[in-house]
Design a binder for this molecule. Structure first.
Ligand code: COA
Length: 332
């Protein structure tokens, strides 16, 4: 059985906010933000919603795959910023696309969310339950960012990316034996809940029947240096494990498509893997950190630029809140 990514799509809000513009809102500068993170600007919603961007990205991915919405069996949206607690964003995508026969649900694994969702969809397809899955990563982080906290608000952006995962015909390879020819080769994922509070955003508090609790909004809170240390040690280890599982050497990988949190994290991972930095494409400078959406947005940008060629091996890797991490080796 060969399970491939057969289409990608993405959607970014129209409004672009530069570092310069942010420095009029909080005490910061383009120099500080860019030198520490690699971010120049980010897209922020102004009317768009998590569901509207998800549906647009998903529709583009289906179009890219040449697959109709009515053929989709499963829709998984990875998000921590759905518009409703219920229905899920995935159900909203289903309605917007008219993917009537699909089952749809959301996954919360923060910045690793797209990889967790991809892995989950893969498991359904691999088990023979479904043939076609839409996997979306989407966020409107601007809703949960404290615009008075310069240590976090400069980092994040909004957007959505999507991929279509499909069971393809068995191919032949090597000595003519029928074998699995490419597609999703290996996964690895994990979480460390004990360290979760270093990157957190509280949900709604108690709504006590007898006491009148004032509504307290909650925002992203982060110990940046702890998250940084977590990322630079966990991500290379996770990629090492997934490469071992796939029986693939780091040198065989054409691109490492990493969650876009910080260019310094990406450079450190490249160094630890002894891989050239050119193999680590970036969307950070124009998107910022879009959590679950960053990997599929970047993947779609690469796909549309013709950077992904059949037979090339790439690594996808996400990491962040939870704490969580997940990596995959994919033969395009
Ligand atoms: N503009 C200007 N100064 C800022 C600032 C901003 N936006 N944000 C923080 N500062 C200041 C701090 O107040 C501090 O000032 P002080 O020395 O006078 O106290 C100084 O800059 C250094 O702050 P610090 O937090 O030590 O900076 P840092 O070098 O660790 O960089 C991050 C901060 C957030 C860029 C860095 O820790 C990081 O990238 N962490 C990982 C975060 C991440 O990727 N999260 C998402 C994971 S999915």
């Amino acid at each position: 059985m060969v399970i491939r990514i057969v289409g990608t799509g993405s959607s970014l809000p129209e409004q672009v906010v530069t570092n310069e513009e942010l420095s009029r809102v909080v005490d910061t500068s383009d120099e500080w933000i860019f030198s520490r993170t690699g971010i120049r600007e980010r897209h922020l919603v102004k009317g768009e919603t998590t569901a509207s961007m998800s549906a647009e990205a998903a529709g583009r991915a289906l179009c890219n795959a040449g697959i109709g919405a009515e053929e989709v069996d499963l829709i998984i949206v990875a998000t921590i910023t759905g518009d409703y607690m219920t229905p899920s964003t995935a159900c909203e995508v289903q309605a917007a696309l008219g993917a009537r026969r699909a089952a749809a649900f959301d996954i919360n694994a923060a910045c690793s969310g797209f990889l967790f969702a991809l892995h989950t969809a893969y498991a359904y397809l691999r088990a023979g339950m479904y043939k076609t899955a839409l996997v979306v990563g989407a966020e409107t982080l601007s809703k949960i960012v404290d615009w008075e906290d310069r240590s976090t608000c400069v980092l994040f952006g909004d957007g959505a990316g999507a991929a279509v995962l499909h069971v393809c015909e068995m191919g032949t390879k090597g000595n003519g034996r029928e074998e699995e020819a490419g597609g999703m080769l290996a996964f690895e994922q994990g979480t460390d809940g004990a360290r979760g509070k270093v990157l957190a955003c509280r949900g709604r508090q108690n709504n006590n029947l007898l006491e009148k609790n004032p509504f307290v909004p909650s925002y992203v809170e982060m110990d940046g240096q702890e998250v940084y240390k977590f990322a630079v040690s966990t991500v290379p280890a996770s990629i090492g494990r997934v490469l071992d599982k796939a029986g693939t050497a780091a040198g065989e990988i054409k691109y490492f498509v990493l969650h876009q949190a910080n260019v310094r994290i990406i450079q450190s991972v490249a160094k630890r893997l002894k891989a050239e930095e050119e193999k680590f494409p970036l969307s950070l400078s124009h998107c910022g950190n879009v959590s679950a959406a960053s990997v599929p947005i970047l993947l779609d940008e690469m796909n549309r630029k013709g950077m992904l060629v059949r037979g090339d091996k790439i690594v996808l890797s996400g990491f962040g809140g939870g704490l969580s991490w997940a990596s995959a080796v994919v033969e395009w």
